[in-house]
Design a protein around this ligand. Structure first.
Ligand code: FAD
Length: 283
């Protein structure tokens, strides 16, 4: 299924994101998590693209296995970092051969001192152009309600996003955020900038205080003070943190859907319990 065909049919598109485990042993538990989440009838799942060489092959394999063996529409993420255009095109050709119809086209995070390989690409809009010129995928892309951390301003970031969308993006998924006001304000600005594509909120249920603080420091997402105080009070108690995360994300999703979000993309961190609980209280 092409993901874009599912929007606007009266049901929000619920999707789950996974990453390829580093060790082979991790695949069994991942497949169990995916099988659990399949019971929730997601519209699709997506598989991230690792910056390292070996996990790249795993993205292609895992995406195809999820689609073939578990029977859920799967989308592969693909980033520009570290690949030539020929390598990117070869990956896209392989995905297409394997029956994958959906790709999330990303610029990626270059390591310090990085320059693209000769013939490589720097920004996601260039990858979208490559996909459109040579393949027939449904194309998703990333966006940032609180601004991309490397963008000099929110205005510049939005202008770059509009350029990327014009290159042929079918739908957008946001970076994680914890204050819905940021999402609604961003959608309004995107619409004013002429972006008409569905903008799916990306939601991450918090499962550990330390890891969410690390992650938000990297991606620039703000933890609202009320949530921050609750996480501080929970300290190292992972059970208490999970409860806070589930409650916060459930309230976020409830409001997002009530106010017309076209779907919810869950950053599952390869675990099913928190996402399952949120889903159960929503539907
Ligand atoms: P771009 O759209 O290229 O934007 C990157 C920055 O460059 C922005 O600041 C933008 O304003 C600016 N910019 C864009 N185009 C231009 C231009 N033409 N000229 C000048 N400036 C420009 N990372 C992974 O490595 N693997 C994954 O699987 C992965 N999945 C993700 C899924 C989602 C839903 C999201 C939100 C992020 C994901 N990321 C992933 C992280 C992502 O790669 C980083 O956030 C990265 O820094 C930016 O990627 P992008 O596609 O948004 O890049």
């Amino acid at each position: 299924m092409r993901i874009s065909d599912g929007f606007g049919r009266g049901r929000p598109l619920i999707s789950f994101e996974f990453f390829p485990p580093k060790a082979e042993a991790g695949f069994d538990s991942l497949f169990r998590a995916i099988a659990e989440l399949k019971k929730l009838s997601p519209a699709y799942v997506s598989v991230t693209w690792g910056a390292g060489g070996s996990t790249r092959r795993k993205t292609v394999e895992l995406t195809a296995r999820i689609q073939d063996e578990i029977g859920i529409t799967a989308m592969a993420h693909l980033s520009c970092v570290g690949s030539t255009q020929d390598e990117l095109a070869a990956t896209l050709a392989k995905l297409s051969q394997l029956g994958i119809e959906n790709v999330l086209a990303l610029g990626g995070d270059p390591p310090p001192g990085y320059t693209p390989p000769p013939g490589g690409l720097e920004y996601a809009n260039q990858l979208v152009e490559l996909v459109r010129a040579r393949f027939d995928f449904c194309v998703g892309a990333a966006c940032y309600p609180e601004k991309h951390p490397r963008a000099p301003s929110a205005e510049r970031d939005l202008a770059m996003l509009a350029q990327k969308v014009r290159a042929g993006v079918d739908f957008l998924i946001t970076q994680l955020f914890f204050d819905n006001a940021d999402y609604f304000a961003f959608v309004a600005r995107a619409r004013a900038a002429g972006i008409t594509q569905p903008i799916v909120p990306g939601i991450m249920p918090i499962v550990s205080g330390a890891s969410i603080r690390r992650m938000t420091a990297l991606c620039g997402a703000r933890i609202p003070s009320e949530l921050g105080r609750a996480l501080d009070a929970a300290g190292d108690d992972d059970d208490a943190t999970l409860e806070i995360g589930v409650e916060w994300a459930t309230a976020q999703c409830r409001e997002l859907l009530a106010r017309g979000a076209p779907g919810i993309h869950f950053y599952t961190l390869n675990r099913s319990p928190a996402t399952r609980r949120i889903h159960q209280s929503l539907f």
